[in-house]
Design a protein around this ligand. Structure first.
Ligand SMILES: C[C@@](CO)(OP(=O)(O)O)[C@H](O)COP(=O)(O)OP(=O)(O)OC[C@H]1O[C@@H](n2ccc(N)nc2=O)[C@H](O)[C@@H]1O
Ligand SMILES: Nc1ncnc2c1ncn2[C@@H]1O[C@H](COP(=O)(O)OP(=O)(O)O)[C@@H](O)[C@H]1O
Length: 287
């Protein structure tokens, strides 16, 4: 039996770090939403007891290090399943980009195997399993738009943000999320106004949402990688309503409502950045 599942990327509209926890992780307060840029995952059940991962890109591992593999392995162990699965990943989301691609692939595998192996787990139970794989996997299980707290796994759903275009550009550098958190100077942060962003989304106020885009991790990544700063400057110059780095970066996104400005930013960035996308904000939960 085969199943096809969409695994959408996320962006962080707001990302605050409150403090460093005793377990070494950071206590977060983030507002995240899904966008219409997605990997496609094909699951095929196997009678043999093994997990096979395949993808067309050399940038992701095809063994037990793959987050999709980890998701399948976790489900198999937890529910003592002696069958296997072949996972094909059609990768469209840039890797190690701050867009949660690996987390979304893992979440898609959890949702898919729940159906294919008839496990009858609730979405909350799947999200709890997801948290064992990575901090962003729980959010990706629900999809849509949410306030994420804790390490990222304590999720409160929110309505979809106002309709707009998201233009994304990823410079050809990779960042390690762990390194960025490690370099963060907690004493000198300019904290986002999470409450104002919540109000903007709850009242569907586009201008207020744009005014309150904020990410404390920019303080680290922008200093390490001046090209990220340059992309932000250019997006503003080409007419973006607001611009922010997603997650730990290095992808930067611009929000715009007018089609013509979206085109101008897209074309302008394409001149020197080879991974540029113009997509719609989705913000709707997974079916
Ligand atoms: C920064 C964010 C924002 O959405 O996204 P990305 O840039 O990765 O997309 C997330 O917090 C990333 O989540 P995720 O990529 O799942 O992180 P994990 O694999 O769980 O952790 C990677 C490393 O980041 C650090 N980490 C992560 C989450 C957290 N709340 N505190 C941390 O200090 C830890 O050092 C951990 O070893
Ligand atoms: N299915 C997957 N897709 C993308 N990256 C994966 C996957 N499985 C494991 N990885 C590894 O996870 C790391 C983070 O990838 P990704 O989820 O794309 O980035 P980010 O956490 O910045 O959004 C990369 O180093 C990559 O090699």
């Amino acid at each position: 039996m085969k199943m096809l599942i969409k695994a959408p990327a996320k962006i962080n509209l707001s990302l605050d770090v409150l403090y460093k926890r005793d377990d070494g992780f950071h206590e977060l307060e983030m507002i995240m939403t899904t966008i219409d840029l997605a990997d496609r995952i094909e699951l095929e059940l196997l009678d043999e007891n093994r997990i096979v991962v395949q993808s067309q890109t050399r940038f992701v591992p095809d063994d037990e290090r793959n987050l999709a593999y980890k998701a399948a392995s976790l489900v198999k162990d937890r529910f003592s399943i002696n069958k296997g699965v072949a996972i094909k990943i059609d990768k469209n989301i840039p890797v190690a980009a701050g867009l949660g691609g690996g987390s979304s692939d893992a979440a898609a595998v959890l949702r898919g195997l729940n159906k294919l192996w008839n496990l009858q787990l609730s979405i909350d139970e799947l999200a709890q399993l997801g948290a064992e794989i990575g901090s962003d996997v729980s959010f990706c299980v629900y999809g849509g738009t949410a306030l994420a707290k804790g390490k990222g796994e304590v999720i409160t759903p929110l309505p979809a943000p106002p309709k707009c275009w998201v233009v994304l550009a990823k410079p050809s550098i990779g960042v390690s999320t762990g390194e960025i958190y490690k370099k963060l100077e907690l004493e000198n942060l300019e904290h986002p106004d999470t409450q104002a962003m919540l109000e903007a989304i709850n009242t569907s106020n586009y201008e207020k949402m744009c005014r309150n885009l904020s990410n404390v991790l920019e303080s680290v990544t922008l200093n390490l990688h001046p090209e990220v700063k340059q992309i932000k400057r250019d997006m503003k110059r080409f007419g973006a309503d607001a611009v922010l780095m997603s997650g730990s970066g290095p992808t930067v996104f611009a929000l715009v409502q007018h089609d013509s400005r979206m085109q101008r930013i897209y074309n302008g960035l394409r001149g020197y950045c080879n991974q540029v996308f113009a997509v719609r904000i989705l913000g709707q939960p997974n079916e």
